[in-house]
Design a protein around this ligand. Structure first.
Ligand SMILES: CC(C)(COP(=O)(O)OP(=O)(O)OC[C@H]1O[C@@H](n2cnc3c(N)ncnc32)[C@H](O)[C@@H]1OP(=O)(O)O)[C@@H](O)C(=O)NCCC(=O)NCCS
Length: 169
């Protein structure tokens, strides 16, 4: 059972988010978005706050049945290129990989977007992140295109998933 909620960014939540961010040094190494050895409270607060402040973006925490913060999600509600909502980023706590959390969080996101009338979702996977490509492929996403990402020009695989009536992959 996963509960999604808009970020609050009080001290407790920032501290929980830092735990999730700091447990993923490999991702920061490949994306270059944060310095893997310097995932401080301040760096996390700045990054999340900047994302949450963008018009048309939604930034969510994902909590498990015990209330523990196990994941982080960034959404772009209406991509200017295709009009679909995009999952900009999904991060699962690094100590809890391959336990189905990513699948459960993505399923909750899909249900939320389907509830808003979305018929498909888009996302981009960095070409140097084969594990994420395997994950999204397992969830039923298909490759549409390859192009540099808007943020930093990194080689990216553009994927899409049609949203049927069932939750999850
Ligand atoms: C990618 C990520 C979200 C996956 O989360 P997760 O909780 O470990 O994934 P799940 O346990 O739900 O995996 C579901 C399925 O995806 C596939 N999968 C997930 N991780 C995989 C990996 N490292 N290698 C190959 N397949 C993988 C498997 O088919 C898996 O099912 P299985 O475990 O029954 O074989 C997580 O590894 C993560 O946060 N990575 C760092 C950030 C990132 O790369 N985010 C995506 C960029 S948008």
């Amino acid at each position: 059972m996963i509960r999604l909620a808009a970020v609050v960014l009080d001290d407790d939540e920032i501290s929980e988010l830092q735990g999730v961010f700091a447990s993923n040094p490999d991702y920061w190494r490949l994306s270059g978005d944060l310095e893997p050895g310097a995932v401080t409270l301040e760096a996390v607060r700045d990054m999340v706050r900047a994302e949450a402040g963008v018009e048309g973006h939604e930034v969510l925490t994902a909590r498990d049945g015990n209330g523990a913060l196990v994941g982080y999600v960034e959404l772009l509600l209406n991509h200017p290129r295709d009009g679909y909502p995009w999952i900009g980023f999904l991060l699962v706590h690094g100590e809890h990989r391959r336990k189905g959390l990513g699948r459960a969080i993505a399923g909750a996101v899909e249900a939320r977007l389907r509830g808003c009338g979305a018929t498909a979702i888009g996302l981009g996977v960095l070409e140097n992140n084969p594990e994420a490509l395997a994950f999204w492929t397992a969830l039923g996403c298909v490759e549409l295109d390859r192009r540099p990402d808007v943020a930093k020009g990194r080689p990216t695989i553009v994927m899409r998933k049609a949203l049927g009536s069932d939750v999850g992959g």
